[in-house]
Design a protein around this ligand. Structure first.
Ligand code: AMP
Ligand code: MG
Length: 646
C-alpha cells in the first residue's frame, strides 16, 4: 500500500501562507523603514565602532598656521637665489628662536633668518625654511646657507591638511581610530552618533539549559542565546541576552513584554513551528500593531521564521535549530539591524567563490548551504559542508553559506557564487585535506595545530577527494580504494600530478554488542550467515561510495536484510547504532569498535593512504604533515588508537 499523502489542510494550518524570501524581506523592511534613527552624543573616546549621525565639518584649519616641517631657519627664498656649496650666502640671525608652541615676535627681513624648530609657526616675511644641515654658523649671530631654497620649501600651509568648513567625515561613517584622530586634530571632543539599537534576546524551550549548568536528561544546551547575542554585537546592536524561557504562554508573554519595553528590537528563537507548546507567535499578535508580517518563509532550512513589527519595533522569532537560526539571522535580520544602527551593509561579509560540485536543491524554496572555503588555483572554492539543520559542529569547518535561488532545482558544478561569511574574515587554511575521513587524521595533524598551522579536512569520500586533488583544490586526498584487477589498494587510482604517500592500515570488521551469542567466536562470513538466519536481527549499513560499503556488499552477496537501508555516513554512527540497540551488527573499523566497547570480528585490512598533489609538495604545511606522519609521536599515537602505520 502506498504511504498516505500528507493532508494539505494540516499543512495549511501549519503555516497559513508561506512567503518567498524576497516578499517577506520586502514587507518586513516596508513596515520598518524609513524611520528616524535615535541618536546620541558620545565622547570621542567612547565612539569607537559607532556610526556618525551627522557630517563632521572641520571647525578650524589644520594646521592652524603656516608650519615648519624641519629644524632649521626661516628665510626669504629670494635672498638665497645664488646660494651653493661653492658660494654660500650669509644671513644675519634675528634675535629669537621659534620653538614648538612659540608665536614669532619679529619679522624676517631681507638678509636675515630666524631659527625655527619642526612644528614652529613661520614668521612674517619668511617664505621658506632651510634645513639646519645645509647651513653652518658664521661668526657672531650669522649663518651661511649652502643651498638655494624654493618658495614654500619645508612649510605646511594653514589648512593644507584639513581646511576649515571642509566636510571631514560623512554621516554613516563607522568611527575607527583614524576617524577619532581626525576629530581630535580639529579639537572635536564629542560626536553625534546613531544610538546602537538595544536588542533583547530570549531563547525559548523547556529543554534549554544555560552553558555552565549541569545538563538534565533530555535537555540540551542553549546555543542560540549565545550565538545570536554575539552576532548582534558584531552587527552594531547593543545586545542584552535575557536567558531562556520555558514554553509557558503566561511566563513567555511576561518576559516578551518586559524585554520589548526596554529595547528597540526583540529576537527570540525556537517555538515557532506551531507545534504543541509553541506559543510565541500567538503572543506577538497581542504585543502591538501591525503584528506578524511573515510566518513561514520559503527557506530551506528556516521555514518557521517569523517576522513581526509591534508598534514600530521589529520582533523576530528565529527557527530553533542553531544553523537555521544563523542562516536566517545573517540573511534576513542583519540587513535590518544594520540599517537601524545606521551602518552600511558590510562589504567584507561577502566573498565570491566557485562551487566545485553539483548541489541538488529543492524547487520552490531559497536554500542555504553551509560552505568551507579553500584557495583554488583561480580564487576561492566553496565546498558544501552542511550536516543538516541541527548540526552546530558544522560551523567549526564552515566559513559561511551560499544561497540557491528558489527557482533552481540545482546548482551546477563550476557555478560562481556569493558566500555570506559568518564572521567577516576569510581564514584560508594552511593545509587542506579533502577525501575520506578517518579518526586517525586528527592524531597526525595534532602537532600542526600546536605549531599554529590551520588544517581543514573536508569529508567527501575517496573518489571526491581524488577529483579535488586533480583540480588542485587540496594538498592531500586521503583514499582507501581497492582495485579488484590488480588486487592492490590506491596506487591504481592515482592520476597524473598525484603521488602516493603511505598512511596506515585499519582493520574493518563486524561490530556487535559484546556477549551477543549470535556472533561471539565466529568469523566474519559465519557472523553474517548467522545474522541472515535470524529474522529478528537488524543490521546498520554504510552509504554508497564508502569503502566500507563495498566490503559489506561483498559479505552480503546480494542479500538485503532488515536495516540495509539505514545508511549512515560514518564509522562512528555505525558503532552508535549497535551500542544503542538500534541495530545488532554493522561494519566499522577496529579503533571505533574498541572506543565504543563493542565486540569486533576482523574482516579485511584496508590501506588508508594519501594522494599528494605533487605541485604542492614544497609547501611548508605539506612538509609539516609529512614530518608528523613519519614521526615517532605520530606513529605511536596511531598505534595506540588501533591503527597500523605503514
Ligand atoms: P522549536 O522550533 O522550538 O521546535 O525547536 C526546533 C529544534 O531546535 C528543537 O530540536 C529544539 O530543541 C532546538 N532548539 C530550540 N532552541 C534552541 C536553542 N536556543 N539552542 C539550541 N537548540 C535549540
Ligand atoms: Mg522549542
Amino acid at each position: 500500500m502506498p504511504a498516505p499523502k500528507p493532508d494539505p489542510s494540516v499543512d495549511q494550518d501549519q503555516f497559513l501562507s508561506i512567503l518567498s524570501r524576497e516578499e517577506a524581506l520586502t514587507r518586513f523592511e516596508a513596515a520598518l523603514f524609513p524611520r528616524e534613527l535615535p541618536r546620541e552624543a558620545r565622547r570621542l573616546a567612547d565612539a569607537l565602532g559607532c556610526a556618525l549621525a551627522d557630517d563632521v565639518v572641520a571647525p578650524i584649519d589644520v594646521p592652524p598656521f603656516d608650519r615648519s616641517n624641519v629644524d632649521g631657519f626661516a628665510v626669504r627664498s629670494a635672498d638665497l637665489a645664488t646660494a651653493s656649496e661653492a658660494a654660500p650666502v650669509r644671513l644675519m640671525l634675528n634675535d629669537e628662536t621659534i620653538a614648538c608652541g612659540t608665536a614669532p615676535a619679529r619679522p624676517v627681513l631681507s638678509g636675515t633668518a630666524t631659527a625655527i624648530a619642526t612644528g614652529g609657526p613661520v614668521p612674517r616675511g619668511a617664505d621658506a625654511v632651510v634645513m639646519v644641515e645645509h647651513t653652518q654658523p658664521a661668526g657672531n649671530r650669522a649663518i651661511e646657507v649652502r643651498r638655494a631654497a624654493s618658495p614654500g620649501q619645508f612649510i605646511s600651509y594653514a589648512g593644507s591638511d584639513i581646511a576649515r568648513g571642509e566636510s571631514l567625515l560623512r554621516a554613516g561613517t563607522i568611527i575607527g581610530s583614524r576617524e577619532i584622530g581626525m576629530c581630535a586634530a580639529c579639537g572635536i571632543a564629542d560626536v553625534e552618533v546613531t544610538r546602537r539599537p538595544r536588542v533583547a534576546i530570549l531563547s525559548t524551550g523547556d529543554e534549554l539549559v544555560q552553558p555552565g549548568q549541569p545538563l538534565r536528561p533530555a535537555a540540551i544546551y542553549d546555543t542560540n542565546g549565545a550565538i545570536v547575542t554575539a552576532a548582534i554585537t558584531e552587527n552594531g546592536g547593543d545586545a542584552a541576552f535575557l536567558g531562556a524561557v520555558a514554553d509557558d504562554e503566561g511566563e513567555l508573554e511576561a518576559a516578551m513584554r518586559k524585554a520589548l519595553a526596554e529595547s528597540d528590537m526583540l529576537v527570540l528563537s525556537g517555538g515557532t513551528s506551531k507545534g504543541a507548546g509553541d506559543v510565541s507567535h500567538r503572543i506577538i499578535s497581542r504585543l502591538g500593531r501591525p503584528g506578524i508580517i511573515a510566518h513561514g518563509v520559503a527557506l530551506k532550512p528556516g521555514k518557521p521564521l517569523c517576522l513581526a513589527v509591534c508598534d514600530g519595533k521589529p520582533v523576530i522569532i528565529l527557527p530553533g535549530f542553531p544553523t537555521s537560526a544563523m542562516f536566517t539571522f545573517h540573511d534576513m535580520i542583519v540587513p535590518v539591524l544594520r540599517r537601524m544602527a545606521g551602518l552600511p551593509p558590510r562589504p567584507d561579509a561577502k566573498v565570491n567563490a566557485k562551487v566545485p560540485v553539483r548541489i541538488a536543491s529543492e524547487l520552490g524554496r531559497t536554500e542555504f548551504v553551509m560552505v568551507s572555503l579553500v584557495e583554488g588555483e583561480r580564487g576561492l572554492i566553496a565546498y558544501p559542508s552542511g550536516k543538516g539543520s541541527g548540526a552546530i559542529t558544522s560551523f567549526a569547518q564552515a566559513d559561511g553559506f551560499l544561497k540557491i535561488d528558489a527557482l533552481a532545482d540545482q546548482m551546477p558544478a563550476g557555478s560562481d557564487v556569493e558566500v555570506t561569511l559568518f564572521t567577516p574574515h576569510v581564514r584560508v587554511p594552511d593545509l587542506v585535506i579533502v577525501g575520506s575521513h578517518c579518526t586517525g587524521l586528527d592524531l597526525v595533524t595534532a602537532p600542526l595545530a600546536r605549531a599554529g598551522l590551520s588544517v581543514r579536512s573536508i569529508a567527501v569520500g575517496s573518489l571526491g577527494g581524488l577529483a579535488a586533488a586533480r583540480r588542485g583544490e587540496c594538498d592531500f586526498a586521503p583514499i582507501h580504494l581497492f582495485d579488484e584487477k590488480t588486487e592492490t589498494y590506491n596506487t591504481p587510482y592515482l592520476a597524473e600530478g598525484l603521488e602516493l604517500v603511505p598512511g596506515w592500515r585499519r582493520m574493518q570488521g563486524i561490530v556487535f554488542r559484546a556477549g551477543d551469542i549470535r556472533f561471539e567466536g565466529l568469523s566474519a562470513e559465519e557472523a553474517v550467515r548467522a545474522a541472515l538466519a535470524d529474522p529478528a536481527c537488524i543490521m546498520v549499513n554504510r552509504n554508497q561510495g564508502a569503502g566500507t560499503r563495498i566490503l559489506i556488499d561483498r559479505l552480503l552477496e546480494g542479500m538485503r536484510p532488515d536495516g540495509y537501508w539505514n545508511q549512515p555516513r560514518s564509522h562512528n554512527a555505525v558503532a552508535a547504532a549497535v551500542a544503542q540497540h538500534r541495530a545488532d551488527w554493522g561494519m566499522t573499523i577496529a579503533p571505533v569498535a574498541a572506543a565504543s566497547g563493542l565486540g569486533f570480528i576482523p574482516f579485511a585490512e584496508e590501506h588508508y593512504d594519501f594522494a599528494l598533489v605533487t605541485a604542492r609538495k614544497q609547501r611548508s604545511a605539506v612538509q609539516a604533515f609529512l614530518d608528523a606522519l613519519a614521526s615517532e609521536e605520530g606513529r605511536a599515537a596511531l598505534t595506540k588508537a588501533g591503527f597500523r602505520p605503514a
